[in-house]
Ligand binder design. Structure first.
Ligand SMILES: Cc1cc2nc3c(=O)[nH]c(=O)nc-3n(C[C@H](O)[C@H](O)[C@H](O)COP(=O)(O)OP(=O)(O)OC[C@H]3O[C@@H](n4cnc5c(N)ncnc54)[C@H](O)[C@@H]3O)c2cc1C
Length: 470
């Protein structure tokens, strides 16, 4: 049973990782204080501190299940207000690796809505917790520690230009990609973490649209992803609350979709499949185009540090910022918060009077959570010769297998489902290596020696879902 046995926890950053961590801590701390540089956000607009909010966001199966665990009834609330839980195969028309994926229902729901809408609903639930405070307009400038710098004891915050200390039993850094944790560690006399990166020079260019009145699409999400290594442009349409489309165009390696009408449409027309462009031509823009650059995926390996201060937790994008096209970030942030809760429960059971050891245990467990989505996302990116990152021995075999599995998924619903289980963080690598997947994939690999792709897979015709109702 939860009990408020520890004192005050401070969470820096009130975005997805921060809000979910606060929820996790609320069961065990007398008070949880969230310090967020932005003022309290609204439901409709992105914030300065989370500019990705104007761009398409979806939440994977593992992620929204955790949202529901943290906030029972939240998924229904979201759907009542216009979000959708869609089947990630039947309702998604997805062209990737040069083929259209099969659309047999898989029972792996994808949560679809705009990011500010989702964050606002989560925030509302967090604010309803009696022992959680949210302070907007407050920036954390540094850490307070004991004299030996082995133990974090609070933060230095800045509000309206004035700095002040705030003591805490536990401090959580959820400040995202811009986290200054490595600099702070160094200033305290500790080592900086190793950083692993895969550089993709990607940009998102996005706008909301009113769909054409006469539209007849049979999908709720249309994804036109590239076929590495031969092209690196992508497009995404997702039906979001308010019966709108959010349309994102992605370009890798500096080949970004322009944020002007003409350039945006021309980029859409240049995608290997015509579907997205055909939709866009008839839709009515509802706002400005916005552009957001993501230079790289980046994982800071705090778990490898031999020494690390007590009472300091780092999670979310501050630890690992993924290439967003695979939609993993919020779900892994939720998994990090769930992992934090599990570690605190264990702490309360085994060492009820102290938090010593929690930070060490957590950073190791978090790395176990990150490993698989990192492996999957970066190995798809590393199929592009232009992606800059470490290619480990044997990577060629792995890339060959991924490609054949993707191709096979256009006409083999069982293979597609196992890949989707991996993508949705609901299964490990075993799902795509089991005989029911590996044997057909290897057989297709043999066929690939003498049979062109279009003879083995569905390259051109967008499959209809089994039921005609969208
Ligand atoms: C273009 C794009 C599209 C994406 N699409 C998806 C998707 O489809 N699905 C998905 O799951 N994920 C997606 N992501 C990733 C997702 O947005 C993040 O993983 C998620 O927001 C969790 O991040 P976070 O909370 O760790 O950090 P952030 O969301 O970056 O939030 C950090 C917060 O900390 C605050 N802050 C920073 N410094 C300070 C400070 N010193 N003091 C106080 N506050 C501070 C900021 O204002 C901000 O609110 C996408 C990301 C991008 C860039």
């Amino acid at each position: 049973m939860p009990g408020h046995r520890f004192g005050r926890a401070v969470v820096m950053g009130g975005s997805m990782a921060g809000l979910l961590s606060a929820r996790a801590l609320a069961d065990h701390f007398e008070k949880v204080v969230i310090l967020e540089r932005d003022s309290l956000p609204g439901m409709h607009a992105a914030r300065k501190g989370a500019p990705q909010g104007t761009h398409v966001h979806v939440m994977l199966d593992a992620g929204h299940r955790l949202l529901e665990r943290f906030f029972p009834g939240l998924l229904q609330d979201l759907q009542d207000q216009g979000a959708a839980l869609i089947d990630s195969s039947r309702d998604v028309a997805w062209h990737h690796f040069g083929v259209w994926k099969s659309r047999v229902p898989q029972g792996l729901p994808l949560l679809v809505c705009t990011r500010p809408f989702l964050e606002w609903h989560v925030l509302r639930r967090v604010l309803a917790l009696p022992n959680v405070e949210f302070h907007g307009g407050v920036s954390v400038e540094g850490l307070l520690t004991d004299a030996s710098h082995q133990r974090v004891t609070g933060v230095r915050l800045k509000k309206a230009g004035v700095e002040e200390p705030l003591e805490a039993a536990l401090v959580v850094d959820a400040t995202g990609r811009g986290s200054r944790a490595p600099q702070w560690l160094e200033a305290l006399g500790h080592a900086r973490p190793d950083e692993e990166q895969v550089r993709v020079d990607l940009a998102y260019t996005t706008r909301l649209y009113e769909p054409p009145a006469h539209r007849q699409e049979d999908w709720k999400v249309l994804m036109q992803y590239p076929c590495p290594p031969v092209n690196w442009r992508a497009g995404f349409i997702s039906r979001v609350e308010g019966d709108r489309w959010i349309v994102t165009l992605n370009g890798y390696f500096g080949e970004h979709a322009p944020a002007d009408d003409e350039g945006f449409l021309a980029f859409a027309r240049s995608l290997p499949q015509p579907d997205l462009y055909a939709c866009l031509r008839e839709a009515r823009p509802l706002g400005p185009l916005t552009l957001h650059k993501v230079k790289e995926s980046r994982w800071r390996h705090y778990e490898r540090l031999a020494r690390f201060p007590e009472n300091w937790i780092i999670l979310g994008d501050a630890v690992c910022a993924f290439n967003p096209v695979f939609g993993q970030g919020m779900s892994v942030a939720a998994q990090g918060a769930a992992q934090l809760l599990a570690c605190i429960e264990e702490q309360a059971r085994r060492f009820p009077t102290t938090l010593d050891g929690l930070a060490q245990r957590f950073r190791k467990r978090l790395s176990d959570t990150i490993r698989l989505p990192w492996f999957m996302g970066t190995n798809i990116d590393l199929q592009y010769p232009k992606a800059v990152g470490q290619r480990k021995p044997g990577v060629g075999v792995l890339h060959w297998y991924i490609r054949r599995m993707m191709e096979r998924s256009s006409r083999d619903a069982a293979v597609h489902r196992q890949f989707n289980r991996l993508l949705h963080l609901q299964a490990g690598l075993g799902a795509v290596l089991q005989p029911s997947v590996a044997l057909p994939v290897l057989a297709d690999g043999a066929r690939a020696l003498f049979m062109p792709l279009h003879a083995r897979a569905n390259t051109d015709i967008r499959p209809a879902p089994p039921s005609s109702s969208p």
